[in-house]
Design a protein around this ligand. Structure first.
Ligand code: NI
Length: 454
């Protein structure tokens, strides 16, 4: 369920009980651990540990504290070590002006040389920053046209500092320090980081989270970091585990891609992932890139689309949710027969249904399906995109006549479904007022603006 992306298990204080430590981690649902090295010697130790335990991965690199004697020849050594199949990153590397154990120029040289190695090997980097944010940022920025991807480990900067890193596509990782009593400001920063950019770690044996503060830290406690994030982002611990593990999978290539989710929960609703197929090709749609939402993998080939029974089984008691929503990255009316079966089940069992659609269902099914919605669909939400047929066709990558098909669908469906809503995704310079007038005055249904997947 969780991945501890930063634990220095080669420290001497794990020497006597590492097996117990790892057993406790397993019991708490820690699936994988990544051990970053701090110099050449510990890089070798890390490789040793990854060979002993299948769920342990590593990073090799020289920490700023240990770069006083940085020598270009170390790059060749690191390159050899990084070739090991369980080494997933170069790290931890960076700049530390707080302790100042190595001269700044040496730190910078080591940092740059190792970044260039990571770029050459197409590996991500694990970055250590302490009172060096601006210099780190300048260096990171100078590699902007490369494949560099960085995890900012034990992040403790402010929102501005996080933003400029996020804007460059990098990831932010938090430790037990977010659980500390005096960490209110840092918790505000945690809240600001989007879920798809977050990772968790312990930095064992340091930074032990509350309530174990003062004792040695260990990977099992990464769950406490997860609990704190769940509270801050107001999501479940399971959500935190799924999202941060997926991010670690994407970033380091450890763990596994989550199985396809046929249904998924968000904000008290249950979403039914009916199909990824779509008759349109909206330019803002992420379907082709990465159909992952909050760590749920929604990417589904046609051959993987399940029948109604599978969905019904996952829904269980529909009264457990505010609404059962048919959506997904495709157009649900492409599988109208399946939607119909599920909707009947939901209504017979006291649930509430909503269909999110592009309003092309009658064309897709080559018949008027709106009368069939009577009594089984409570709300139909149609993507309007634009009240201008020309712009509509451009946004959706579809023939202009489909605008009028959508309009015709709305006029028909409002006779059979009590709530009909037209939505505008606020992604472009769209005439919102025109859309509102078209919806309310011309069609007589409800208008709503919505962001595309918050
Ligand atoms: Ni560390």
């Amino acid at each position: 369920m969780f991945i501890d992306t930063h634990a220095h298990l080669f420290y001497p204080n794990f020497k006597d009980d590492l097996n117990d430590v790892l057993n406790r981690a397993k019991e708490e649902g820690i699936d994988n651990i990544l051990i970053p090295a701090t110099d050449i010697a510990t890089s070798k130790e890390v490789i040793g540990l990854t060979g002993k335990y299948d769920f342990i991965y590593g990073a090799v690199g020289v920490h700023p504290h240990d770069s006083e004697n940085w020598d270009k020849s170390w790059i060749n050594e690191l390159k050899e070590l990084a070739a090991h199949n369980k080494i997933k990153a170069i790290g931890e590397i960076g700049l530390d002006y707080y302790y100042d154990f190595s001269p700044i120029e040496k730190q910078k040289e080591a940092f740059r040389d190792q970044i260039e190695l990571a770029i050459e090997l197409n590996l991500p980097i694990v970055v250590h920053t302490r009172e060096s944010d601006d210099d780190i940022y300048e260096i990171i920025k100078s590699y902007k046209d490369t494949n560099l991807k960085a995890q900012f480990h034990c992040f403790s900067g402010d929102k501005e500092k996080a933003k400029r890193l996020l804007d460059r596509g990098h990831y932010i990782s938090f430790t037990g320090n977010i659980t500390f009593k005096k960490a209110d400001e840092l918790r505000e920063v945690v809240k600001y980081i989007p879920l798809n950019k977050l990772m968790i770690e312990t930095d064992s044996p340091f930074l032990t989270p509350v309530p174990h503060r003062g004792k040695r830290n260990e990977p099992a406690y990464v769950k406490l970091v997860g609990e704190q994030i769940a509270e801050i982002h107001n999501i479940s611990l399971e959500d935190v585990g799924r999202v941060t593990s997926y991010n670690a999978f994407k970033f380091f290539g450890i763990g596994e891609i989550p199985k396809v989710s046929y249904t998924y929960q968000l904000n008290g609703n249950l979403y039914v992932n009916i199909t990824n197929r779509c008759n349109a090709d909206c330019y803002f749609c992420e379907r082709e890139d990465e159909a992952v939402l909050k760590g749920y993998n929604l990417s589904m080939k046609k051959s993987e689309e399940p029948g109604a029974e599978k969905y019904i089984q996952e829904i269980g008691d529909p009264k457990n949710y505010n609404e059962i929503i048919f959506c997904g990255y495709g157009e649900p009316t492409i599988r109208w027969e399946v939607v119909k079966k599920i909707s009947k089940y939901v209504k017979e069992n006291g649930g509430v249904t909503r269909l999110n659609t592009d309003g092309h269902g009658n064309v897709i099914n080559k018949k008027d399906i709106t009368p069939e919605m009577k009594g089984i669909i409570d709300t139909v939400s149609v993507s309007l995109n634009s009240a201008d047929p020309e712009q509509y066709s451009q946004i959706m990558g579809i023939d202009k006549k489909m605008f009028f098909e959508m309009k015709d669908f709305v006029e028909k469906v409002k006779q059979f479904v009590k709530n009909v809503v037209l939505t505008i995704v606020t992604v472009d310079n769209i005439d919102i007022e025109k859309a509102r007038k078209f919806t309310e005055d011309e069609l007589g249904v409800t208008f709503r603006e919505r962001p595309y997947f918050e």
